[in-house]
Design a protein around this ligand. Structure first.
Ligand SMILES: CC(=O)SCCNC(=O)CCNC(=O)[C@H](O)C(C)(C)COP(=O)(O)OP(=O)(O)OC[C@H]1O[C@@H](n2cnc3c(N)ncnc32)[C@H](O)[C@@H]1OP(=O)(O)O
Length: 333
């Protein structure tokens, strides 16, 4: 009993230290030793593809930076990590890249690494894969990561042979649509005006600028030292520690931008998600293991849901899946 009380005190202390008390006070919230928790979460800065500081950086270098970051943040030995899963969409060599990154980061060969692809949610799926391994007792501590370099691996359905039978399957054809067109489809199908999109973009820029100016991102960003070629092809060494997508933005400035994907459309460079390069990683374990090792609980897995949606409006995915995830967690909104 005394041991249980001590563990419970550890659990409380860990959560209070990261301000999870409000969540912990929800009626449906019960702490259990086998809860899946995040004890470290770090990312590289997010840079502009093709023109940003990571345009010449290899995918494995970005991944290695976040692997090293979370290992040093937790103080865990690399051999404590029982499994690593990397979410990625665009790198055709990700199976090799992920293994290379592991060695760059100093993790020994005994740590297995694999990858998963659930499109834009690949990093989240990597987290769920590690959570599943923890739940089935395959491992005690794992790393879930995500990485994408649109500089090195541009998006698009070019460069491979398409099955001619696609023409008979409209939804299969829709799966090849560029994200910008799916954005136009969402806007017209759900009546989302250009103004509403620009207002959202402005609010997003303002929130990001405020958070960056007050240093809120600093603790989650791993500065990355890399090389970048200038306009003349000359390589220089830089240490990148800031996101590149945040820029001074006004409604007037946004209103001047033309639609990029469709004549008369409403998706512009200002209200689109930027083409980016970057990586992120979390250390995932159980609440009991975190308490044993004195690691802080930064987040707790309450539920997860995956639901497919029409591919020509794929951007609505979260609107379909989040209610289901909340239902599974016993919450509503
Ligand atoms: C891993 C991932 O990144 S997945 C997500 C990828 N996102 C998508 O697929 C969504 C679709 N988006 C896209 O394809 C691209 O963002 C595009 C094609 C719309 C725009 O790409 P780019 O031309 O590279 O955009 P870029 O950021 O350079 O902006 C172009 C111009 O628009 C203007 N602009 C962009 N944002 C703003 C803003 N907030 N306010 C005012 N002007 C702006 C600027 O004039 C800018 O030129 P500048 O950089 O010289 O100032």
């Amino acid at each position: 009993m005394e041991r249980l009380t001590t563990i419970f005190q550890h659990l409380n202390a860990a959560e209070q230290s990261v301000g999870l008390r409000e969540v912990a006070s929800l009626p449906s919230y019960q702490r259990k030793a086998d809860d899946i928790v995040v004890v470290s979460a770090l990312r590289t800065p997010i840079t502009k593809a093709k023109r940003g500081y990571f345009k010449d950086t290899y995918v494995d270098d970005m991944l290695a930076a976040v692997f090293q970051g979370v290992l040093s943040d937790t103080g865990l030995s690399a051999s404590d990590i029982a499994d690593v899963c990397v979410g990625n969409v665009g790198d055709p060599k990700i199976a090799l890249t992920a293994r290379v990154a592991q060695f760059f980061s100093g993790m020994p060969e005994t740590v297995p690494v694999y990858h998963t692809n659930r499109q834009c949610a690949s990093g989240l799926q990597a987290f769920m894969n590690v959570a599943g391994s923890l739940k089935t007792g395959q491992c005690d501590i794992g790393i879930a990561a995500g990485v994408e370099s649109l500089s090195k691996n541009p998006m698009g359905a070019s460069g491979f042979e398409l099955n001619p039978r696609l023409k008979d399957y409209p939804k299969a054809q829709d799966s090849l649509l560029p994200m910008g067109i799916t954005s136009e489809n969402v806007a017209s199908r759900f009546g989302i005006s250009r103004r509403a999109q620009d207002e959202f973009a402005l609010a997003s820029q303002q929130k990001a600028a405020k958070a960056a100016a007050s240093g809120l991102f600093d603790a989650e960003i791993v500065p990355v030292t890399t090389t970048v070629a200038d306009a003349g092809g000359q390589l220089k060494t830089v240490t990148v520690s800031k996101d590149e997508g945040i820029r001074p933005t006004t409604m007037e400035g946004l209103a001047k931008l033309r639609a990029v994907f469709k004549e008369g459309g409403s998706t512009t460079a200002g209200n689109s998600s930027q083409l980016s390069d970057g990586a992120a990683a979390v250390v995932v374990t159980t609440r009991g293991e975190a308490a044993k090792r004195g690691l802080p609980v930064l987040g707790v897995l309450r539920s997860f849901a995956v639901i497919g949606c029409p591919p020509d409006i794929m951007g609505i995915g979260p609107a379909v899946a989040i209610p289901e995830a909340l239902k599974k967690a016993g919450e509503s909104f």
